[in-house]
Design a protein. Structure first.
Length: 431
């Protein structure tokens, strides 16, 4: 997580101040519950809330000596609160605080990412409707296939990110659990009602069984969803990069006044924002693997997952937030060139209608094998000699035996490729 690829709102979630504030809330909520169950004297939680001060520098200073972050935190609180702080952390273990806090931070970050997805969906919907009838060539294997529209291209991403939004909601729900169950998770020294109370205050669910840590399959799911979303972002970024190539130039990232594309070549206008997303997506995907590895812990608990999560928690969430907001900006300001789309569509002299001819020949009685052979022969001739596909077909005796000139003209019709666009849009927006 570096400042260049970070936004302040989500970065704050992972700052020590927020982490220690969450720790203090968990400890105080637990103290309130303990008062309810008459485990500690009345008024302790209120006094601690009033007197406790969070000082990250002091906590770091203590930790250097005691080599334990939660003990350092509790010691620093005791310095401000006094002897009554001894009633904190009764029957609890460090993981109760650390794991519940980590889940809260993931939840907070997930909510921001969810908002990013909602913003991107609005932009994709608007643009897909705007370019619904802007015809361009579809490509398979990077090669011209058949006509589509630029709106349809964007609509596929809208549908994909709609699924991603649902996945993100599920991932947030998956990690929104609280564990206050003590050493090895048996509640030997703490009432399960305390966990229920804290969970309710945090608006979280209780973890049904937590050994000593919250099971890491939950976190593996969360980080896997982040990786999927990053891959979707890269898929859209890669499409833009391809369409911006000089030989294609159907779309282009917005190039602001004063922006420079190259230190050596003043003419350059590079898709650097999309390329940037591609690189960052690789990072985000890489965080899913250690999250999956973290599922396998020894017995009731070890801390092999801890160092991993201190890195991937902030890095994955902050980076994905940056990626999604950048992607929204790219799509919102995208320059679209319909004339170039039309020019590219016509580049190979009608070859995009080859399937229409093939199918019509079979409907007129020709075997599929023969129809394919004669259409391909004329297609290859068109490709090699840069001739008119229509003229080549119209001059072929085998084809003319089945199709008249008028029949062929009807097959070279763009509208037949686009007749079900409303059906597709209706399906996507209805869902």
């Amino acid at each position: 997580m570096i400042q260049r690829y970070s936004r302040e709102q989500i970065t704050k979630i992972w700052q020590p101040e927020n982490k220690y504030k969450i720790w203090l809330d968990i400890e105080i909520y637990a103290a309130e519950a303990m008062e309810k169950f008459k485990i500690i004297p009345k008024g302790i939680a209120k006094e601690i809330r009033k007197k406790a001060k969070i000082n990250p520098d002091r906590i770091d200073q203590i930790e250097k000596r005691v080599k334990h972050d939660v003990i350092a935190f509790l010691t620093s609180i005791t310095e401000k609160v006094g002897q009554k702080a001894k009633f904190l952390h009764q029957g609890m273990t460090s993981s109760d605080v650390l794991d519940t806090c980590f889940n809260i931070q993931l939840h907070q970050s997930g909510k921001i990412i969810l908002k990013d997805l909602e913003d991107l969906l609005k932009i994709l919907k608007t643009k897909s409707i705007k370019y619904k009838k802007t015809v361009c060539v579809g490509r398979s294997h990077g090669i011209h296939a058949e006509p589509v529209t630029f709106g349809l291209k964007l609509l596929t991403y809208y549908a994909e990110f709609k699924r991603n939004k649902k996945r993100m909601e599920q991932a947030i729900n998956e990690i929104s659990t609280c564990a206050i169950s003590g050493a090895v998770g048996t509640f030997a020294h703490i009432n399960p009602g305390i966990e229920q109370y804290v969970a309710k205050k945090l608006k979280f669910k209780i973890e049904p069984i937590s050994t000593q840590v919250i099971p890491r399959d939950r976190h593996a799911y969360f980080f896997s969803v982040l990786a999927i979303i990053a891959s979707s972002a890269e898929r859209l970024a890669t499409e833009i990069r391809h369409l911006q190539r000089t030989e294609v130039l159907e779309v282009e990232e917005f190039f602001s006044a004063g922006q420079k594309g190259s230190s050596a070549m003043p003419h350059k206008r590079n898709p650097v924002l999309s390329e940037n997303i591609t690189g960052l997506a690789r990072l985000i995907r890489s965080y899913a693997y250690p999250a999956l590895e973290n599922v396998v812990l020894w017995h009731e608990r070890d801390i092999s997952h801890s160092s991993v999560e201190r890195n991937i928690g902030p890095d994955a969430t902050v980076t994905l937030d940056f990626v999604l907001t950048r992607l929204s900006r790219i799509i919102k300001n995208l320059i679209v060139y319909p004339k170039n789309m039309q020019k590219n569509l016509e580049k190979f002299n009608g070859l995009i209608f080859s399937q229409s001819v093939l199918l019509k020949l079979t409907q007129k009685g020709m075997t599929r094998e023969l129809a394919y052979k004669v259409v391909q022969k004329n297609a290859m001739k068109t490709w090699s000699a840069n001739e008119s596909f229509f003229d080549n077909l119209n001059n072929d005796k085998q084809i003319k035996s089945k199709l008249s000139t008028e029949d062929l003209k009807k097959l070279f019709n763009m509208n037949s490729h686009l007749r079900y666009i409303n059906t597709i849009y209706g399906r996507v927006f209805k869902s």
